[in-house]
Design a binder for this molecule. Structure first.
Ligand SMILES: [Mn+2]
Length: 448
């Protein structure tokens, strides 16, 4: 599976939806259309019905579009459904590629709370959505009934989100209206979108770079602000301000600002401690730009100077990351191989480095203090879907994030950067502008 994005080069690959300075940047409608056609090629002549995220029950809670739905449509309003019918020229009832976006009917009372929405009756809606046909949501069961009524074998080729209650309801209703004795089993459409999403196109890469750039600015702001007597939460707060000043809509995950022993809790996010002189501070925090995530960790000394032991552990983690970078071969290396046995696995390389450098207070090797995988894909989700261990190919964006966490010494170090595999197979560090070495971290902390 490979896209033909060549025709996009030389053009700007993203643009801003509305004139508002902070509106999401969307890729051209043709890009989302091409993704839907690519999905159709995987449907074996079947039908995909995917649902948008619903408006939260409490409408004042934050809303974020379903990632697969966004990938296929760029649509950010809640409650929609997308139907894609795969090309099946040889079927008993021949079918051609068809796509329909179903939109819920506007609720004018609710819009007093949530703002103006669009529906199928909105003038220019086909242009606004970029989908070939737009219909009211009430037509979705009717379209299903029509398609499956004409060719019942289609019932075995329905691709949906397995966890979506709307999908279950739709399939059961369709079965009932067609007099089927039981609802057909559906196939997992998210397996297909995962395959499509794993290699990023130039427009996605542009957005991922912007997410990294804003996240880098926030990490620098953190380094300038950290000192004994400040709270972890205040650091999370000033990073949040930096993200939003730089065009991001939200953090891409709960910020982890862990000082002292908190640095050894992998997903610590209480952020409620006051930082003390001599502490190490692990900051795993980054933001989302126009729905695309960044994921960055830096570890710094609270007073601006690593102790010799902190520096020793820091250098081992940095060395493990560098060993993985040096071993990288596009099309061969893998990431997130928890067995750490395969020589092609970058996890193996990083683990062997950690386990053969340094010791704990009891003279034991340090490998056992690294519990998690070496990295993961990054995209619309901070942990973008992929089949792991994943072979790394051009267009993929992933993290390399070794760590050592020794609670007994209140010492946790993780260094995490986002990498793109370039078209030439070379690794590109999207976070190259940030300090990497211990000396560079201390220098950035001195630069007030
Ligand atoms: Mn990560």
């Amino acid at each position: 599976m490979k896209f033909r994005w060549g025709l996009l080069f030389g053009l700007s690959v993203v643009w801003t939806v509305a004139s508002a300075a902070n509106a999401l940047e969307r890729q051209p409608a043709s890009v989302y259309h091409a993704r839907r056609v690519a999905l159709a090629d995987h449907l074996q002549g079947g039908i995909a019905v995917l649902f948008a995220a619903e408006e939260p029950q409490l409408d004042f809670m934050p809303y974020r579009q379903d990632s697969d739905f966004y990938y296929l449509t760029g649509w950010t309003e809640p409650g929609a459904a997308l139907m894609i019918v795969g090309d099946a020229p040889g079927a008993a009832t021949p079918r051609a590629y068809t796509e329909i976006l179903f939109l819920p009917t506007r609720d004018l009372r609710m819009e007093k709370y949530t703002g103006v929405k669009m529906d199928a009756a909105t003038p220019g809606i086909v242009q606004a959505t970029g989908v070939d046909a737009v219909e009211p949501m009430t037509e979705l069961p009717a379209e299903m009934n029509k398609l499956i009524g004409a060719d019942r074998r289609l019932a075995t080729k329905l691709w949906t989100q397995p966890l979506a209650p709307q999908a279950k309801a739709l399939v059961e209703f369709t079965a009932a209206t067609l007099g089927m004795t039981s609802a057909p089993e559906t196939k997992d459409g998210t397996d297909l979108t995962a395959q499509l999403r794993v290699e990023k196109d130039p427009g996605e890469i542009e957005l991922l770079k912007k997410a990294s750039e804003a996240s880098i600015k926030a990490q620098f702001a953190m380094m300038r602000a950290v000192k004994p007597g400040r709270t972890e939460r205040a650091i999370a707060g000033l990073m949040t301000a930096a993200w939003m000043e730089n065009g991001c809509e939200r953090p891409s995950y709960a910020p982890i600002v862990g000082s002292g022993v908190n640095s050894t809790t992998l997903h610590y996010s209480a952020n409620d401690r006051m930082m003390e002189d001599g502490d190490i501070l692990l900051v795993d925090a980054a933001c989302e730009y126009s729905m695309y995530a960044s994921d960055i960790t830096r570890t710094v000394p609270v007073n601006g100077h690593f102790t010799p032991r902190q520096r020793e552990i820091y250098n081992i983690v940095l060395g493990a990351q560098q060993a993985a970078i040096d071993a990288f071969v596009a099309g061969k290396s893998t990431i997130n191989d928890r067995d750490r046995q395969d020589p092609n696995s970058l996890d193996t390389v990083a683990y062997n480095y950690i386990n053969t450098h340094g010791k704990d207070l009891h003279g034991d090797p340090l490998g056992k203090y690294w519990l998690h995988g070496l990295g993961h894909m990054v995209g619309i989700d901070v942990h973008d879907p992929a089949a792991y261990p994943a072979v790394l190919k051009p267009g993929m964006v992933f993290t390399i994030e070794p760590g050592i966490y020794i609670p007994e010494e209140k010492l946790g170090v993780r260094i995490e950067c986002d990498f793109l595999v370039g078209e030439d197979g070379k690794l590109i560090d999207l976070d190259a502008a940030l300090p990497h070495t211990a000396d560079e971290v201390e220098a950035a902390m001195r630069a007030k």
